[in-house]
Design a protein around this ligand. Structure first.
Ligand code: DSN
Length: 430
């Protein structure tokens, strides 16, 4: 079995090296700071701490209580809210906690369609189905890549769901919560925002502020534009005491038992770093997404939402029908060292063969790239997909570009290797 250990270690090291020389453009991925990362291999990983600080079911939790209290304080401070719960272990688990706490089986819950960019949580085969709630779909404005407000108001008035989810995985523009707020109030619906993709932009003051615009609950993962660990979070403002209690009980015992204390501690570090560096990081992340969209557009790519400036977030969507479709293009890019994903666009029928790719700027921004590098990335796309250059050539140029951007920025310990493999043992297993 030592050979298995050797193989897994070697493969993980190979994986780190691969990403070190690649251009990573997955909109939902990011890199942890060194201070956050070291907590993932701390003793916290080995422990249980069910419940809340001061009310645990296990002994030995005094230090965990301190860390969790700090984490909760930082979350409330960064997102300017009165309620936080850091026990969900992922974004989907946070969504399940909301559904468990604030919705009953067979209730109607407002949301967007998957083809319009919604997360799989909203699907009958995802969290919605698991809680047996029934989706009420908002109308979608394909030109503006956001909710069609007048038609959605009609739908909400006709169907009157008590919980309305706003949030996307293809999240180009803010959701029109302000405009829908009077209708939500009229029908007595709670506003729920899934901020997984844009959490770091919200925390950095560069996107909408859903808890001020008409949502009482924000659920999220913590590792996309917020460059934290793989974890989840619940935030709330204006929740009545019973609502806060139900939400917390949705998290525990609803959908977690233990809440992964090592990632919770790493989250505390990431929240502190975002309070310190998040505004500038979020500003540059959005600027880079806009610059990449513009540069691709100038090279003949069909980037969605051109009249609206392509994006106000970290994400852009490109219709690649002329280049061979989403699946073939994402594969060709990966062969050339550019990591993205195929993505459904409005009008697409098949998730396996969509016409789009989704590109995001969080990771390339995290390693220090700016607008100039976005132009160079667009040149690589153009060379591979329009000018017939080989994937070997493009992969070499991608690695040359990336070689100048392999350290972490916007965090304490900036300048540390971004793709470091932590070899704690220092010798071969035998
Ligand atoms: N929503 C997925 C993504 O955007 O990649 C992650 O859950």
């Amino acid at each position: 079995m030592a050979q298995v250990v050797r193989d897994i270690r070697a493969t993980a090291q190979h994986h780190s090296k691969r990403f070190e020389s690649a251009i990573p453009l997955i909109a939902s991925e990011n890199l942890l700071s060194p201070y956050a990362k070291e907590l993932l291999i701390s003793d916290l990983h080995s422990r249980y701490a069910e419940g809340l600080p001061g009310e645990r079911y296990y002994e030995g939790n005094e230090d965990v209580d301190h860390i969790e209290n700090v984490c909760l304080d930082l979350a409330r401070r960064l997102f300017r809210c009165s309620f936080a719960d850091v026990r969900p272990i992922s974004g989907t688990v946070a969504n399940l906690a909301v559904l468990k706490g604030l919705a009953e089986p067979f209730e109607l819950v407002g949301t967007s369609r998957l083809a319009d960019g919604a997360h799989i949580s909203s699907a009958s085969f995802g969290a919605f189905g698991l809680r047996s709630v029934k989706p009420v779909y908002y109308a979608w404005d394909e030109e503006r890549m956001t909710i069609d407000v007048p038609r959605t108001k009609e739908i909400l008035r006709a169907v009157r769901p008590k919980l309305c989810l706003f949030g996307l995985s293809l999240f180009l523009f803010p959701m029109p919560i302000d405009e829908l707020r009077p209708t939500l109030e009229e029908i007595g619906a709670r506003g729920w925002y899934d901020g997984a993709h844009v959490l770091g932009l919200i925390g950095g003051g560069q996107f909408q502020d859903p808890l001020r615009e008409g949502c009482q609950v924000l659920s999220s993962s913590t590792h996309k534009t917020l460059p934290g660990p793989q974890h989840g979070i619940l935030l709330g403002e204006g929740l009545e005491p019973d609502g806060a209690k139900r939400l917390a009980s949705g998290a525990f015992p609803g959908v977690t038992s233990n809440h992964h204390l090592h990632t919770m501690a790493a989250l505390a570090v990431s929240l502190a770093e975002h309070l310190e560096f998040g505004r500038e990081y979020a500003r540059q992340t959005v600027a880079n997404a806009k610059a990449l969209a513009q540069a691709l557009n100038e090279r003949g790519f069909d980037v969605l939402a051109e009249p609206l400036g392509f994006t106000q977030s970290h994400t852009i969507a490109v219709r690649v029908t002329n280049e061979g479709g989403g699946e073939a293009v994402a594969r060709a890019l990966a062969d050339a060292g550019i990591i993205s994903n195929k993505n459904l666009l409005p009008g697409d029928a098949s998730p396996k063969h969509p016409q789009g790719i989704r590109l995001g700027s969080p990771e390339v921004t995290r390693v220090g790239m700016k607008e100039r590098e976005m132009g160079r990335i667009a040149d690589l796309f153009d060379g591979l997909l329009h000018k017939g250059r080989s994937s070997d050539e493009i992969r070499t140029e991608a690695a040359q570009l990336k070689a100048g951007f392999t350290t972490l920025q916007y965090c304490f310990g900036a300048g540390e290797a971004a793709y470091r493999y932590y070899d704690l043992v220092g010798r071969d297993p035998s």
